[in-house]
Design a binder for this molecule. Structure first.
Ligand code: ADP
Ligand code: MG
Length: 606
C-alpha cells in the first residue's frame, strides 16, 4: 500500500498549472488580467510562434515592490484579497494567486518591474525556469510598470506540449483573448504583435464614437454597420452595447461578447435570455452577434463560481433574465425605417450611415430607435388574401400628389418613400428623397399581419380553456415544488396547475390556442425552463409559431397585383410595425440604396 506524501511545491504548482495554463492563450489571459489589475493604461503584447516560443506582456501599471517580486511567484500569493469578505465585493480580475506560480512551473519566466513606491532608479528582475521558487533578484533598467516574459511554454512537460495546436491556431486563440479584453477596457491602450508583425493597435477610446471605432476594429466594420447601440437602465441594472440586426446573423456563435461588470462571461442564463429576445426575428439556426455590457452592484453577483471564471451566479437571476430579455426584445422591436434615414447626425448611436468605412455600394439596412406607437386599428386581416389596410382607400389622386412632393425640397417624405411599381409580381419599387427602396411584399406583409395577430392575442389576454378531463402528470418532487411555488407565474402563461401529490400535478386549464398541442410535453418543458431560468417562453413561442404560420398563409402571395395605393399603404404600415425589417423567418423585408451609392455604381461624377 502506498504511504501518504506531501507534494513538493513544484509538483503542486505543476498540477495547478494543469487547470490554469492550458495553452498560450491562457497565459496571455492571466498576464493581461494582472496588468489591468495593476491599473495599467497601456499594455503591449509581443508573441513569437503563436506564443509558445515567447509571450511577453509589458504594462505601465503600479509595478511590484522589490521585496514582493519573489513572493508574487509563489502559490496562493495575491495582493487582491486578504479575507473572505473581500470576495463579496471583488472587482479585480484575479484573486486566487495561482497564475504566476503555475506559469513559472511550466515555462521559463522572467519578470521585471519597477513599483510606484520604490525609491531606486532601476527596477528589479526575477527569473525562474520551472524550478522551485528560489529565484534570485537582480537590478535591471525598467520604467514604471511590469514586464512578464514567458518563454518555451511546456518545455519541461513534453506530454502537454504535444497537445498544442498549430502556430496559427494558438495565435488565433490569443488574438481572441486580446479582443475580449480590449472590448472590456476601452480606457486602456493595447497593442499586439506576432512574429514582429503588428496585429492590433488600439488607442484609448473615451467618447462613444471612439468606442464604436474600437468595436469596429475588433469585430469588423460589417458588424457595426448592421447593429444598433443600446443603453438601458432599470432597477439598478444597466445594459449597454451593440446588438446586431437580425438580418446580420451568423452561422456560428462566434461574435458574442457579454460582460458583467467588465468581466467576460459565458452563461446559460444570459444566453437563454438573448436567444429568447431574438426568437421571433432570427433566421432559423442562425446566431445573433453582440457586444453587451451588464452593470450591477457587485454584491448581487458571485464571480467565484468557476476556476476560469467564465460563469457567474446572479443573486436574483430572474430579475436579470427578465431585464436582458425585455431590453433586447424592445430594442429589436423598435428597429424600423424612419425619417432618421436621412438625418442621422443626431443619432450617432445608431452607428450605421455615419460610419466612415462602410463598403462602397453596399446595401444598407437602416434602423431607428425612436419609440413608436402601434396603429390603433388592429383588426386581423389574415382571412383575406388582399392587402387590407385603412389606408387602402387612398385615392390615386392623392398618390400622384404625393409623388409630386418628392420633387419639392421641403416636403415631408416618409422613410420608405412612395411606391413606383411592382416588379415581377414580387417586389415593390419605391423612392424616397435620398434613394430607392425595394420591398419584398410578401415578407413585409407577413410580418405586419403577424405582429397584428400577436397584438390581438395579447390584448384579449390569453384565453384559457378548461380541459374536459384534468390531466394528471407524474413529475419529480423538484418540479412539483416548482409548479406549486410558481402557480401564479404559470397562470400568467395561461396554465392552471394544482399539486396532486408529492410527485404529481394536475393541469386544469391551458391557453385555448394551444388546445391541439401535446399539453403534457409542453408543461414539462415549461417547468424545466422555470426551474432553470425562472421563466419560460415556450408557450409564447409555441403560440407565435402558430400565429406565424397563419400569418404566412394569410399574407399577399407573389403574383398578386397590387395597386399603387395598396403598395403605399403597405409601406406606411411597415413604418409603424415593430420588427418590420425582417419577415417572420428572419429574412430582410426591404433594402435601400442611396443616390450616392447608385452614383458610385454608375461612376457618375468621377
Ligand atoms: P492573482 O492575480 O490571482 O493575485 P497572480 O499569480 O496572477 O495572482 O499574481 C500574484 C500577484 O502578483 C498579484 O496579486 C499582484 O500583486 C502581483 N502582480 C502580478 N502581475 C502584476 C503586474 N503586471 N503588475 C503589478 N502586480 C502584479
Ligand atoms: Mg492574476
Amino acid at each position: 500500500m502506498n504511504r501518504i506524501n506531501l507534494l513538493s511545491q513544484r509538483l503542486a504548482n505543476q498540477i495547478a498549472a494543469g487547470e490554469v495554463v492550458e495553452r498560450p492563450a491562457s497565459v496571455a489571459k492571466e498576464l493581461l488580467e494582472n496588468s489591468l489589475d495593476a491599473g495599467a493604461g497601456k499594455v503591449d503584447i509581443d508573441l513569437e510562434q503563436g506564443g509558445v516560443k515567447l509571450l511577453r506582456v509589458k504594462d505601465n501599471g503600479s509595478g511590484i515592490l522589490k521585496d514582493d517580486l519573489v513572493l508574487a511567484l509563489s502559490r496562493h500569493a495575491t495582493s487582491k484579497i486578504s479575507n473572505l469578505e473581500d470576495l463579496e465585493t471583488i472587482v479585480s480580475m484575479g484573486f486566487r494567486g495561482e497564475a504566476l506560480a503555475s506559469i513559472s512551473s511550466v515555462a521559463r519566466l522572467k519578470m521585471m518591474s519597477k513599483a510606484i513606491g520604490d525609491k531606486d532608479d532601476n527596477g528589479w528582475k526575477v527569473e525562474t525556469a520551472g524550478q522551485d521558487m528560489d529565484a534570485r533578484l537582480e537590478p535591471v533598467a525598467h520604467t514604471r510598470g511590469t514586464t512578464v516574459e514567458v518563454r518555451d511554454l511546456f518545455f519541461n512537460i513534453p506530454a502537454r506540449k504535444k497537445f498544442l495546436k498549430t502556430e496559427k491556431t494558438e495565435f488565433a486563440r490569443i488574438d481572441e483573448i486580446v479582443k475580449r479584453i480590449a472590448l472590456s477596457r476601452f480606457d486602456v491602450q493595447f497593442s499586439l504583435r506576432h512574429n514582429q508583425r503588428s496585429i492590433h493597435k488600439l488607442l484609448p477610446a473615451k467618447s462613444e464614437q471612439e468606442q464604436q471605432r474600437r468595436v469596429g476594429l475588433v469585430c469588423g466594420p460589417a458588424f457595426l454597420e448592421n447593429s444598433v447601440h443600446i443603453d438601458l437602465e432599470r432597477a439598478g441594472l444597466r445594459l449597454w452595447g451593440w446588438v446586431s440586426l437580425p438580418t446580420f446573423s451568423r452561422s456560428q456563435a462566434d461574435l458574442q461578447y457579454f460582460y458583467v461588470n467588465g468581466r467576460i462571461i459565458r452563461d446559460k442564463l444570459v444566453a437563454h435570455a438573448i436567444k429568447q429576445a431574438y426568437r421571433d426575428v432570427l433566421f432559423h439556426g442562425r446566431h445573433p452577434a453582440y457586444v453587451l455590457y451588464l452593470e450591477l452592484d457587485p454584491s448581487l453577483v458571485d464571480v467565484n463560481v468557476h476556476p476560469t471564471k467564465h460563469e457567474v451566479r446572479f443573486r436574483d437571476s430572474r430579475l436579470v433574465h427578465d431585464f436582458l430579455f425585455s431590453s433586447l426584445h424592445k430594442a429589436l422591436a423598435k428597429v424600423t425605417p424612419s425619417d432618421q434615414m436621412t438625418d442621422n447626425s443626431s443619432t450617432p448611436s445608431l452607428g450605421l450611415q455615419n460610419l466612415p468605412n462602410s463598403p462602397q455600394g453596399g446595401v444598407k439596412v437602416f434602423s431607428n430607435q425612436s419609440p413608436l406607437a402601434l396603429k390603433e386599428s388592429n383588426e386581423l386581416s389574415y382571412q383575406t388574401n388582399s392587402y387590407n389596410s385603412s389606408a387602402w382607400q387612398t385615392d390615386v389622386k392623392d398618390h400622384l400628389a404625393a409623388l409630386e412632393k418628392l420633387g419639392a425640397d421641403d416636403a415631408e417624405i416618409p422613410p420608405l418613400g412612395y411606391a413606383i411599381a411592382q416588379l415581377h409580381g414580387v417586389y415593390i419599387l419605391a423612392q424616397n428623397k435620398e434613394g430607392i427602396i425595394l420591398v419584398d411584399m410578401h415578407a413585409a406583409h407577413e410580418r405586419i399581419t403577424y405582429e397584428r395577430m400577436k397584438l390581438a392575442c395579447e390584448n384579449e389576454e390569453l384565453k384559457m380553456q378548461p380541459l374536459l378531463v384534468p390531466l394528471s402528470i407524474a413529475v419529480s418532487q423538484a418540479e412539483a415544488n416548482c409548479a406549486e411555488a410558481q402557480q401564479l407565474v404559470l397562470l400568467n402563461l395561461g396554465i392552471e396547475i394544482e399539486r396532486a401529490s408529492d410527485q404529481a400535478i394536475v393541469i386544469r386549464q391551458i391557453p385555448s390556442i394551444l388546445k391541439d398541442s401535446n399539453v403534457e410535453q409542453m408543461v414539462r418543458d415549461v417547468l424545466s425552463d422555470v426551474l432553470e431560468f425562472g421563466s419560460s417562453d415556450r408557450i409564447q413561442s409555441h403560440q407565435d409559431e402558430l400565429l406565424s404560420t397563419m400569418a404566412c398563409h394569410a399574407s399577399v402571395r407573389a403574383n398578386r397585383h397590387l395597386t399603387i395605393p395598396e403598395m403605399n399603404a403597405l409601406l406606411r404600415d411597415m413604418e409603424v410595425t415593430e420588427r418590420s425589417g425582417q419577415c417572420n423567418h428572419g429574412r430582410p423585408t426591404w433594402i435601400y440604396q442611396s443616390l450616392d451609392e447608385l452614383d458610385k455604381l454608375f461612376l457618375r461624377g468621377q
